[in-house]
Design a protein around this ligand. Sequence first.
Ligand code: UT7
Length: 328
Amino acid sequence: MPRARIIGTGSALPERILTNHDLERTLDTNDEWITTRTGIKQRRIAAEGQFTSTFAVEASRRALAMAGVDAAELDLIVLGTVTPDFPFPATACIVQHEIGAVRAAAFDLSAACSGFVYGLSIADKYIRMGMARKALVIGAEVLSRVVDWTDRNTCILFGDGAGAAIVAANTDDDNGILSTHIFSNGSFWNTLYQPGCGSRNPAGNDRTIEDRLFFIKMDGNDVFKHAVRGMDEAASAALAANGMSAADISLFIPHQANRRIIDATSKRLGLSEDKVFVNLHNYGNTSAASIPIALDEANRANRIKKGDLVLLDAFGGGFTYGSALMRW
Ligand code: UT7
């Protein structure tokens, strides 16, 4: 059975930067609070006329170029998002059309911040089973359109952007994705969610509008606690399944939600700071896009070399969580 290997990465971000100091002008908050509680200094915000597909397409084109793969070679496109262009059709279908991936099956995947790791898990299985040879996995979000910019508990956290990876069957050596582990705990479905605009509270409902149910609602403290536990569980499952320890890891790329979550998880796993990739000070929490953006930055900065052991670790609404361990 061939291993599935990431052969190209790409990312795309809006140009507009919104700093903590900018937020001080419209909210009862300050740079010091946001920096010490989250580690975030700024985030990127989509301009009018830019959508989730805008960034997904750009990130995908960059990943294809790095991989030297023509879009027509793709068998599968999986796009993790909670902010699709439309409820339907899938944003993945828009990406398929824009990049010319004429042969690919395309669908969106709703696993919140774990969307990219979930997508990678699917691509890995299709490739290992021989049902696909080349897949495009994307995490893309425009969260700025679903956050309440008057709610300081949530709006300071999130940002927009996309990351993508080309995953292909590796016939050269044994490198590639060693394992993926995905988990859910649906008993917390309403701890982090967007209550409106689905079938329970339709977009045009009086209640949806009066109670502003179209915005993200979150119990931050509860998410925080479970995030540390869930990310520890997912990462530990990956190491145990492969008979490895934290000392074997070359680079740990966790979901970029909060610096304190990343530090607590790394500490639990026994990973030193130099092995942990962090870029959330620049982009905030971009949900499904956070891991593939970080992976692309690390890759382009030569932080990952052939043979390195890379561990991805995600946690998000649902709750969903998961890990992917790969030999680069
Ligand atoms: O991808 C998964 C998505 N979500 C997450 O990962 C979020 C996980 N949770 C978190 O990151 C943290 O819980 C937060 C950053 C959201 C909050 O940090 P915290 O240390 O848990 O603060 P808190 O909610 O306990 O709030 C402490 C205080 C409160 O004031 P009082 O009640 O003590 O007077 C808040 O009202 O800080 C206040 N506060 C703020 N102050 C200034 C909350 N947000 C802000 C703010 N600026 N933006």
